[in-house]
Write a protein that binds this ligand. Structure first.
Ligand code: DC
Length: 242
């Protein structure tokens, strides 16, 4: 069969996507990175794009409710995702390393505010879909399985109570030497959940065909073991496990 004949008649199927959605603090970022390492896949941390947009808005003096200006900014976001020599992810916004800065609670809240605007979501859609490259992608977010990659071959919705998620965050902050208030963290998480769940567009919710995993009483290794059990049911993914 000629290469041209093959290209026209047998178009290649798009790279497989695993969608890991859920609220903040559910452990989806850790699971997404571990899965990507096991499968040799790329990773999309879609929340980082909303955080980067919020930070860019701050740099350019754009209000977090200025939808037309945010849409323009989303279309022109000058971002590079790089790796340090030690293999750590490094995020460069307009030439500046913002890897740590975008992880603050303040940026999380600002990201959740800009993410509620339909024009912003439309402006970031193609940028997210462009991460889908061979051999495959693990995509982490809120609407990966419902909107961005509805044809994902596996959809996991990872959840946990607000108290359990706040407690994980509390321990992380103390380990890093920051002081923190547990009741304030529970309140922040509830407010963010409320905004993400109740927005009019692409709200945080499991896709109809998602597997919902409650990690309230599970450690990260147990969650990983359950996800791997699901992967083993999918031959195209099973054969890639390292
Ligand atoms: O996952 P994260 O905490 O970095 O996300 C920050 C905010 O971005 C989150 O509160 C809601 C928004 N977000 C979203 O609306 N859709 C996504 N796919 C990812 C994040």
């Amino acid at each position: 069969m000629s290469a041209e004949f093959e290209r026209v008649l047998m178009p290649r199927s798009p790279a497989p996507v695993l969608a890991i959605d859920g609220p903040s603090g559910s452990g989806k970022g850790t699971i997404a990175h571990r899965l990507a390492a096991l499968l040799g896949f790329h990773v999309l941390d879609s929340g980082s794009l909303y955080r980067l947009l919020a930070l860019a808005a701050q740099h350019h003096g754009v209000g977090l409710d200025n939808e037309p200006a945010l849409q323009v900014l989303a279309g022109h976001l000058d971002v590079q995702f790089q790796q340090s020599p030690a293999g750590q992810a490094v995020i460069i916004l307009e030439g500046e390393d913002v890897t740590t800065e975008i992880r603050s609670e303040e940026m999380g809240k600002a990201a959740s505010m800009v993410a509620a605007l339909p024009a912003v979501r439309a402006g970031l859609l193609q940028r997210q879909q462009a991460f889908r490259e061979a051999p495959g992608l693990v995509a982490d977010g809120r609407d990966m399985g419902t909107v961005v990659f509805p044809d994902a071959c596996l959809k996991i919705f990872l959840t946990a109570t607000a108290e359990a998620r706040a407690e994980r965050r509390y321990r992380q902050l103390l380990e890093k030497g920051f002081s923190a208030s547990l009741p304030a963290l529970v309140e922040d998480i509830r407010a963010r959940d409320d905004r993400d769940i109740n927005r009019a567009i692409a709200p945080l919710k499991p896709a109809d065909d998602a597997i919902v995993l409650d990690s309230t009483r599970l450690g990260i290794d147990e969650v990983m073991a359950r996800v791997l059990r699901e992967i083993e049911q999918i031959p195209e993914l099973k054969r890639l496990l390292k």
